[in-house]
Design a protein around this ligand. Sequence first.
Ligand SMILES: Nc1ncnc2c1ncn2[C@@H]1O[C@H](COP(=O)(O)OP(=O)(O)OP(=O)(O)O)[C@@H](O)[C@H]1O
Ligand SMILES: [Mg+2]
Length: 250
Amino acid sequence: MRPILEARDLTKTYRTGEGEVEALRGVSLAVEPGEFVAFMGPSGSGKTTLLQLLGGLDHPTSGEVVLDGVSVSFLDDDRATRLRREKTGFVFQAFNLVPLLSARENVALPFLLSGADPASREIRSRVDDALRLVDLEAKAERRPAELAFGEQQRVAIARAVAGRPAILFADEPTGNLDYSTGLEILQYLYRSCTERGQTIVLVTHDAQAGAFADRVLFLRDGRVLEEIAIGRRAEHPARPLIERLALLGQ
Ligand SMILES: Nc1ncnc2c1ncn2[C@@H]1O[C@H](COP(=O)(O)OP(=O)(O)OP(=O)(O)O)[C@@H](O)[C@H]1O
Ligand SMILES: [Mg+2]
């Protein structure tokens, strides 16, 4: 099978007032269609930087990203934006919902922005389908302030997957949530993967979150230090992953 996402020898150097920061020092990886991959590693190891390069939000200093057969690293901003809209969905720690819009309107917003008619039957059915995935059909007319934090993040997940992106990127999606609400969010991400075949790349500090993935890439100092294969299972105990991470000195 052709990987849906490939990174070839990515480096990223940030130039700051105090000098240069080598955030990535040569990362290569491949993600298969339908796979759930997690990036873990200490603060500052380069996880967010890597996610931004993979998702076409930023350019690498050297190396290349190929997303669903298209080399994204050298596109101009307009084409990168279009490719991102077509092929990627993002979920962040902050839910980034529009306060004045209902949950349903928030989920429909990306279609509106890409010029589609949100009233069309096709778009309405995609929006309904995404709301169903996160069990929010009954609260679809509420505004974000009328929803619990976990529910707001579920709206953000629905918004990210409604366009059926090739890849869903999630950077610390449980970072603002308590433990059990965070677990719920992971269950929904996992569900999108198992029920819809959604490919997911998750960044997390949390071994319990990483344990939902099929595979964990552990970063340190801008490199992939270790790859931990977990495999697809119905249960997601954190302990085996915690033990593997402990061997890495984490
Ligand atoms: N825009 C930027 N300008 C300058 N340096 C940056 C920038 N973004 C990140 N860095 C630096 O690059 C390195 C990697 O940062 P990155 O945010 O990718 O780490 P991370 O693994 O996501 O950390 P965390 O777990 O804290 O989110 C760090 O040393 C960071 O200070
Ligand atoms: Mg980060």
